[in-house]
Design a protein around this ligand. Structure first.
Ligand code: SF4
Length: 174
């Protein structure tokens, strides 16, 4: 009988430690509390389909979408680099696109999303102003797609290094 009691106590301690470790790992990963309702890798037997918005003719795969305890949906985007002082504009627009896709797919507008850099997270409010900026950029991109010659809009050689058009691009920084 005492062995049974010791075993039961050990099981409780083990379960408590496992719970603490998983909560700790999740907190470190930057994923907020709540249920993960979408992740871009999917499960081991099913690859997640990209989210799609017919209204915006836009598709994409956020790293995660979490349903917080209050029911709100939060897209989370991971970046492998160290955090800048403020998140890069391109990253904010990418997150805004995911907020728009989450709204289309789940029928619920996210109040904000999260950009998680290696060492820091930023909460980004999905405001009507940010949505307007996103719509303007999408329109500009569609316009540029019709053009034969589009000027480079950045000064980052790293982007050119990873670009599939660098061998033929007259604007390359390499
Ligand atoms: S190589 Fe040209 S197309 Fe590619 S990122 Fe650089 S400027 Fe843009």
């Amino acid at each position: 009988m005492p062995q049974l009691i010791i075993l039961a106590v050990l099981c409780i301690v083990f379960a408590a430690v496992a719970l603490w470790v998983s909560q700790r790992m999740r907190a470190d990963s930057g994923v907020p509390d709540g249920d993960v309702v979408y992740d871009d890798a999917g499960s081991w037997y099913e690859v997640s389909k990209p989210l799609f918005s017919k209204r915006l003719m836009l598709t994409g795969k956020p790293d995660y979408v979490v349903r917080a305890e209050n029911g709100s949906l939060i897209p989370v985007e991971f970046k492998s680099s160290k955090a800048p002082i403020q998140p890069y504009d391109g990253h904010v627009l990418q997150l805004a696109a995911y907020c728009a896709l989450v709204e289309s797919h789940f029928g619920k507008r996210p109040s904000h999303g999260i950009i998680r850099y290696e060492n820091k997270s930023f909460n980004i409010d999905y405001t009507p102003h940010l949505e307007d900026e996103l719509l303007a950029v999408l329109e500009e991109m569609r316009f540029d797609l019709e053009e034969e010659d589009v000027a480079r809009n950045h000064e980052a050689w790293q982007r050119c290094k990873g670009c599939g058009f660098k061998e033929v691009c007259g604007d390359s920084l390499l």
